[in-house]
Design a protein around this ligand. Structure first.
Ligand code: ASP
Length: 356
């Protein structure tokens, strides 16, 4: 039997989300088991699916503990050489965060494909069945692409992809790049390879018992805005945050007061990363006076084109993977896109940057 004519074994890990949601009398919430979710979808030819019911939550309730349990489950599942790929059904709200955490630790040619739905289970115009069918098709077809997101006929890399529609069925895109490819008519068409960092080893915390959330690091996100001050950043540090993501304005800018607070946080062993509230493009060392030049000088790390949720996941991965706070910035740097420097041409209006 050749690789091409044998049945592919795909494991479907069900975690909840709208794709598993039913009406609860006042609103929708995840409650359907994975078998019920699978039963809605057409099964692509030549695929056998085994269902694992891991959680049943809407993904705004996702936690680091649950994400680490999922990460461990993925690794345990792939320890079976007879498994050809994994599909994970997940709420769309934090799907990009879970996908990126899995991708940063994914060291296997077999694919892990996350999908979900914007419309609940059983709705006549639901998008879940098609997305799930596509995800299964992708999981059975591709290799060496890391962790992927299948949604609305598109194949997205985990890195860089964000939820860009609150209700529309084309829920995901990478505002700074194109999708990897398309899926439809029983075919997967990959147009480009994803940029991926070298995979991290499974963090020790992923192996802790599921009912022990204690000891997991706090990593907070703080957003800058006009009239912003360091109060919330300082509050995060006072609450014991081991990492903070500053969602800056523009290309990564804040104020001299916030830069001073960042310097204090970094001196206290906190890993500080900077992203932007602008939807597309990289953060860059261009401005002083509280800008990215000063934030970097204060010890913060710029996160390239990663947006807040994924920048936080990169910080979390660095904190989980390195116990010495003094070495965490070094651990974080290779997980990010290439840094952008304040070359005169860029400051003068050049628009190109390259991710290293
Ligand atoms: N609130 C839902 C969730 O993230 C949304 C969805 O799944 O689309 O679980």
């Amino acid at each position: 039997m050749t690789r091409d004519d044998r049945t592919r074994r795909i494991v479907l890990i069900s975690t909840g989300g709208t794709i598993a949601s039913r009406w609860q009398g006042t609103g929708y919430a995840a409650d359907a088991p994975g078998d019920d979710v699978l039963a809605t979808a057409a099964l692509p030819e030549g695929i056998a699916v085994e269902v694992v019911d891991l959680f049943n939550v809407n993904s705004s309730r996702m936690t680091t503990r649950r994400q680490l349990t999922l990460l461990r489950t993925v690794h345990e599942t792939l320890a079976d050489p007879g498994v050809d790929g994994i599909v994970i059904t997940h709420g769309t709200d934090t799907l990009e965060e879970t996908a990126f955490l899995l991708d940063l630790h994914h060291d296997d040619p077999r694919p892990v494909v996350l999908t979900g739905a914007q419309r609940p289970l059983g709705t006549a115009d639901g998008d879940g069945p098609g997305n799930l069918c596509d995800a299964l098709q992708i999981a059975a077809s591709v290799r060496d692409l890391g962790v992927l997101i299948a949604f609305d006929g598109r194949v997205h890399a985990a890195r860089g992809t964000v939820k860009t529609q609150t209700l529309g069925v084309d829920a995901f895109s990478d505002p700074s790049d194109q999708p990897l490819g398309k899926v439809g008519f029983s075919r997967v068409h990959i147009q480009r390879r994803p940029d991926r960092s070298l995979p991290l080893p499974l963090p020790p915390a992923a192996c802790a018992p599921d009912d022990e959330p204690e000891g997991l690091p706090r990593v907070d996100i703080v957003t800058h805005h006009s009239d912003g001050d360091p109060l919330l950043l300082n509050a995060a540090v006072a609450a014991g945050a081991q990492g903070v993501v500053l969602v800056a304005t523009g290309a990564g800018n804040a104020t001299p007061e916030i830069a001073a607070a960042v310097a204090d946080a970094v001196a206290g062993g906190v890993l500080v990363a900077v992203t932007t509230r602008v939807p597309a493009g990289p953060v860059a060392e261009i401005y002083t006076g509280g800008g990215a030049v000063d934030l970097v000088e204060a010890g913060a790390v710029l996160t390239g084109t990663l947006r807040a949720g994924q920048a936080r996941i990169a910080v979390l991965a660095a904190v989980l993977g390195e116990t010495d706070p003094a070495r965490r910035a070094e651990t974080l740097a290779p997980l990010l896109d290439g840094p952008v420097r304040s070359e005169p041409a860029l400051a003068a209006g050049g628009s190109r940057f390259s991710a290293g």
